[in-house]
Structure formats: structure tokens, C-alpha cells
Design a protein around this ligand. Structure first.
Ligand code: FEO
Length: 169
């Protein structure tokens, strides 16, 4: 059975993942207002990913005999100066998520909770992918700079992304 300390720490992350989703939902609205439907759709998919992360943690707490509790969330930022600024903000946010997941892993290790470590390992790996995908788009945006044609092409490319839950979920 999950300890109260770890349960509370994971509960905090369960809400934080939803709050992360709301940040990306607000970015999707910003991109829609900038007539960048592909960027907007990419962020909508990211919103869905974050809800999936929250659900995955909630399922674990339930399965481990704990109690899921949702907490208050901060309002997201709704305005950005440029696509690059939005993505740089997103990457910084993902780096924060990574440090929070690492912290959960440290608590699970401290408590010799092996099942929780296995669950959290998925998130450790996922965060490597999350940071890489935001970093990749930042690199492309920097290369494009003020080239409108490049931005339109990237918008089309990003619009291809769809959400699919990992196999076995
Ligand atoms: Fe759920 Fe993007 O971290």
C-alpha cells in the first residue's frame, strides 16, 4: 500500500499535470488567434497528453490503495509575444515537470516503494521525450526566424500530430 507521504506528493503531481495541460490549451488558443492552426492543433494534442499523464498517476494511486484528491490550479498565461517565446516557456515548464518527477522518484526510493518506482520510471522516460520534442521545435523556430514561408511549412508539419495513448494503456 502506498504511504501517505508518497500519495500526497503524487496527488500534487496529478493536479500539476492537468495544470500543465491548461497551459498548453491556452497556448493552443494563442496559436489559433495567430492563424497558425497546425501549432494550435499540436498544443491541443499536448493538452490531451497531459490529461493522460494525470490519469495514469491517478490510476496508480487508486490501484496502490491510496486516495486521489484534486487541488487548486494556477491560471495559465494566455498571451505570448511569438511562437518561439511560447515554446521556450513550454520547455522551461517541462524542465520543471522533470524535476518534480525526479523528486517523486526520490521519495519512492527513500520509502523502498518498488511498485511506485516502476510506475514513475515511465514518467522519467516520458520526460526525456517531452523535453526533446519541445527542444526540436525551438531549434526549427530559431532557424526559421522571420521567414514566413518557413513558419507556414512548420505549421503544416505540426498539424499532423495526433494523440494516441501508448499501447497497453
Ligand atoms: Fe506531463 Fe509534459 O509532462
Amino acid at each position: 500500500m502506498i504511504s501517505e507521504r508518497l500519495q500526497d506528493a503524487i496527488n500534487d503531481q496529478i493536479t500539476f499535470e492537468i495544470a500543465s495541460g491548461i497551459i498548453y490549451k491556452a497556448m493552443a488558443a494563442y496559436f489559433a488567434s495567430e492563424d497558425l492552426p497546425g501549432f494550435s492543433s499540436w498544443m491541443e494534442t499536448q493538452f490531451q497528453e497531459e490529461l493522460f499523464h494525470s490519469e495514469k498517476l491517478a490510476e496508480y494511486v487508486n490501484d496502490a490503495g491510496g486516495r486521489v484528491r484534486y487541488l487548486a490550479m494556477e491560471a495559465p498565461n494566455n498571451d505570448y509575444d511569438s511562437p518561439l517565446q511560447a515554446f521556450e516557456t513550454a520547455l522551461q515548464h517541462e524542465q520543471l515537470v522533470t524535476s518534480r518527477i525526479n523528486n517523486l522518484m526520490m521519495i519512492a526510493r527513500d520509502e523502498n516503494d518498488f511498485a511506485a518506482q516502476i510506475c514513475l520510471q515511465w514518467f522519467v522516460t516520458e520526460q526525456v521525450e517531452e523535453e526533446a520534442s519541445f527542444g526540436q521545435i525551438i531549434a526549427e523556430l530559431k532557424r526559421i526566424q522571420d521567414d514566413g514561408r518557413g513558419l507556414i511549412m512548420l505549421d503544416r508539419e505540426l498539424g499532423q500530430r495526433t494523440f494516441t495513448a501508448p499501447a497497453g494503456e
